[in-house]
Design a protein around this ligand. Sequence first.
Ligand code: MG
Length: 158
Amino acid sequence: MRVGIGYDIHRLAPGRRLVLGGVEIESPVGLEGHSDGDVLLHAVMDAILGAAALEDIGHHFPPSDVRFRDASSLLLLAEVISLVATHGMAVSNVDTVVVAESPVLAPHMPAMRARVAEALRVPPDRVSIKATTNERVGPEGRREAISAHAVVLLEPAR
Ligand code: MG
């Protein structure tokens, strides 16, 4: 078994889509970023790469590479899963926290869990997505950004 940690933060801006866990959420502001800015999936990817000791997301998907402009982070996550599979590893489970003052994410959780689980090639009961506000302090609390934390356990691939 191998454990990994991931963290990411993206700024919120008008005129951007808000995509979290591969699910587009209706919102007047969305996440800036070279790809779709899916801060949750970026944290998950870094946790997986960290558990496998395979560098980080910036190493595999550099912002300088035009292939990843507005790319769906679900596709990048699928690439990460394929990479760790070639190293004989698979995801056992993932636990995450999204820090966002708004919107309320609870109604979107089932869809997000299903989407992330599919990309990770695990059942949804192996994926935990929790949400918290930042009590109106800090960049997340001022609605300037959304951040995410992730912990992943990798096991030998079957
Ligand atoms: Mg990112």
